[in-house]
Design a protein around this ligand. Structure first.
Ligand SMILES: *Cc1c(COP(=O)(O)O)cnc(C)c1O
Length: 357
């Protein structure tokens, strides 16, 4: 059997969620499960967190329905709101919570013909400029939703654009705008994503909304102590399927992007971009072979990649390999392809088996 798999350690997911809850003892915890639980399997994640999380958040109605059909009873928030008015009927019937992300969604809720009120969160655009109403219209929106029999408005929320950049002023300004706009409204408040949960306690408010940190990597600069204690949930594992010696001057892989500077030993690993390891990863990015770091050598293929194991103790076919996980955070691997761990996790393809332990 091909040795490539994403082993998911659910006990660690619970421990990471408990750590987030400890950082924000006065807040409720909404666990963000969009993109199939950041590639870990949204249903498995929701089931594992059923006792820890007070609510869940997803991006689409399909994702929310999948959770309901798996028996998840907690509130489930649709972070991007309804995409069209026709979704509201099912949102209400499934007892999901919808985000009012702009004037259109506000009007859709008012005009809908529903069997009962739909739970709503009101999103305010405090500076990210992606979704949300103008904070100056928060009171008017609250009044309209309060007057509508279709809406049960429960909370106001906003989202930070640069919360992980701890020395910058934007997050503080966003928080100020949010608090000013909601000051007199009888609503629960929510702003904190993972970096804010870890390092900005003043943003915790009534509901924290961590995603990335639950999966066990820090979104902060790696040396920042607030990220300590998180444990990688996904172990992206494979194995060595070939080993060869090559002379100095020979190139490895498509396009000859890596050339041996000395006689070298090359190990071939049964994982490639078809399994979720980015093709754009730079030569030299670490791969763990039998627990030791070896540099990627040569372009990543669809089903395989190659590493330079010249400096490792003898490597054999069948030796275990970790592409990311313990001792090799996904965020560090992501830097080798100019992206973040978020993208690598969310992009894990269905071909890579998820094995739950
Ligand atoms: C994705 C998302 C989150 C979670 O962000 P993380 O950085 O993964 O913690 C929170 N709120 C909203 C609106 C989001 O889209």
């Amino acid at each position: 059997m091909r040795p490539t798999r994403a082993r998911i350690e659910l006990a660690r997911l619970r421990a990471n969620a408990a750590l987030a809850a400890e950082k924000a003892p006065d807040s409720r915890l909404m666990a963000v499960l969009k993109a199939d639980g950041y590639g870990h399997g949204a249903v498995a994640v929701a089931q594992a967190l059923a006792a820890t999380a007070d609510a869940f958040a997803v991006a689409t109605l399909d994702e929310a329905v999948t959770l309901r059909e798996a028996g998840i009873r907690q509130p489930v928030l649709l972070l991007e709101g309804p995409f069209e008015p026709s979704e509201l009927e099912e949102i209400q019937a499934r007892e999901l919570t919808v985000t009012i992300t702009g004037p259109e969604q506000l009007a859709w809720v008012e005009a809908a013909r529903l069997r009962g009120p739909v739970a709503c969160w009101l999103k305010l655009d405090t500076g990210m400029h992606r979704l949300g109403l103008d904070p100056a219209r928060a009171r008017e929106a609250w009044e309209r939703l309060d007057a509508s029999a279709n809406a049960d408005l429960q909370a106001a929320c906003t989202h930070f654009a640069r919360a992980e950049e701890l020395d910058r002023p934007e997050t503080g300004r966003q928080l100020e705008r949010f608090l000013a706009a909601t000051r007199d409204l009888p609503l629960a408040l929510s702003a904190a994503n993972s970096p804010a949960v870890l390092a900005r306690p003043e943003t915790h408010l009534d509901w924290i909304r961590p995603g990335y940190l639950l999966y066990g990597d820090t979104p902060l600069p790696r040396e920042h102590p607030a990220g300590a204690g998180l444990a990688a949930v996904m172990q992206f594992e494979s194995a060595v399927i070939a080993v060869r010696e090559i002379p100095a001057g020979d190139a490895v892989g498509y396009g000859g992007s890596w050339v041996a500077e000395r006689p070298s030993r090359i190990a071939t690993i049964a994982a490639g971009y078809g399994d979720g390891y980015p093709r754009t990863t730079a030569n030299g990015t670490p791969v763990l072979v039998k627990g030791r770091r070896a540099p990627l050598a040569g372009r990543v293929s669809m089903d395989m990649l190659t590493v330079d194991v010249t400096d490792l103790p003898p490597v054999q076919v069948g030796d275990p390999v970790r592409l990311w996980g313990d001792d090799l955070p996904v965020g560090e691997v992501a830097r080798g392809s100019g992206t973040t761990g978020y993208e690598l996790l969310a992009g894990m393809p269905a071909r890579t088996p998820r094995v739950y332990t």
